[in-house]
Design a protein around this ligand. Structure first.
Ligand SMILES: C[S@@+](CC[C@H](N)C(=O)[O-])C[C@H]1O[C@@H](n2cnc3c(N)ncnc32)[C@H](O)[C@@H]1O
Length: 324
């Protein structure tokens, strides 16, 4: 894997409450510029309540050198072994992946990763489908519009808080029509279970894309990282699977979305990334979030639906009569 790891002196640039190395005695977030295995060497057994990450997919993104699938999985296993060691007995692991693609043939990466985690005795609680509206248009297969999150727990007794992540019910006015509770509302006033299909857009550019075409490349939320997590996807996992002050670890932290979401939820966020520029961006984003200048989609914001009045949702004049 490519690395531009440098001996960064983060002393001046790091914000209050963010360290560049792990120290179990303090309450800081950690943004470690280096290999995830080196970060974990300094972490005690069973110290992490939630591992949440999206590993490289071995598909030639700027931060990776593609190798054979076997070599890739071998490398990943040297990291997953350590992740299991640091995972708390009541903890969870959320592994977000898409497809590895080789000469047009796809391998959904959750298939080999399922087997890797099962060998460690983890228990699968959900295979969550994350759908998003946009992406490349394929010409020789159907365009891919989802990835998956494998949510495993280490044991049967695990932290799961449903109430903070409930979503509005479709029919809150429904009532029980029989039994002791006949006539009473049948749902939960806090909303319903969000289910295992999650629709989060990758970046909140939609209104701008529809209302002001071509703004995408200049939008302030766009970063140079090619595949950042939506903050609300990580927030949902953190709120449901950890409690305040628990440790959340992202071994492939990128530009720090998991640490950002941990900060918002008063958890301790720990991440590693080989790239010094991503680590610097992670530190900057946390600073911007704290001073209110970072644009973040508030959790639960409905995905924007075009009204049909936006210019880009209208059929171009040249296509009139051709469109089905
Ligand atoms: C898919 S991206 C993760 C993006 C992240 N979820 C975010 O929201 O920014 C994977 C990241 O893993 C980093 N990476 C790859 N191998 C690594 C390793 N051995 N240790 C630490 N980071 C690594 C890459 O530099 C890349 O930024």
């Amino acid at each position: 894997m490519k690395s531009n790891q440098q001996a960064l002196s983060f002393g001046d640039t790091y914000q209050r409450g963010i360290s560049s190395t792990f120290n179990s005695a303090n309450e800081d977030h950690v943004i470690f510029n280096g290999d995830a295995r080196d970060l974990m060497k300094s972490m005690p057994d069973e110290s992490v309540k939630l591992v949440i990450t999206s590993p490289p997919y071995n598909i030639g993104k700027v931060y990776e050198n593609p190798v054979s699938l076997e070599e890739y999985l071998e490398e990943q296993m040297s990291i997953t072994n350590e992740l299991i060691r640091v995972l708390h007995p009541q903890g969870s692991l959320c592994w977000e992946v898409g497809n590895y693609v080789n000469k047009g043939e796809i391998v959904p990466l959750d298939i080999p990763f399922y087997n890797i985690f099962k060998k460690h005795g983890l228990k699968l609680r959900n295979r969550i489908v994350w759908t998003f509206g946009h992406g490349l248009h394929a010409s020789k297969r159907f365009s891919g519009r989802y990835e998956t999150i494998l949510w495993f727990t280490k044991e049967d007794n695990y932290t799961f808080n449903l109430d903070p992540v409930r979503v509005p019910s479709k029919y809150p006015g429904k009532r029980n029509y029989k039994g002791d509770k006949k006539g009473e509302p049948s749902g939960n006033p806090l909303g319903k279970n969000p289910s295992d299909i999650w629709t989060f857009i990758a970046q909140d550019w939609e209104r701008e894309i529809w209302d002001i075409p071509n703004v995408k490349a200049n939008h302030p939320e766009k970063t140079s990282h090619p595949c950042q997590f939506p903050v609300e996807l990580v927030q949902r996992c953190i709120l449901a699977l950890t409690n305040e002050n628990d440790i959340v670890l992202d071994p492939f932290g990128g530009i720090g979305t998991s640490v950002l979401a941990s900060d918002i939820a008063a958890r301790r966020g720990i991440m590693a990334d080989l790239q010094s520029d991503y680590c610097e961006m992670a530190v900057d984003r946390i600073g911007q979030m704290r001073d209110g200048s970072l644009k973040i989609r508030p959790i639960g914001t409905p995905v924007f639906k075009p009204t049909g009045k936006e210019k880009v949702s209208q059929v171009p004049e040249e296509w009139l009569g051709l469109v089905k």
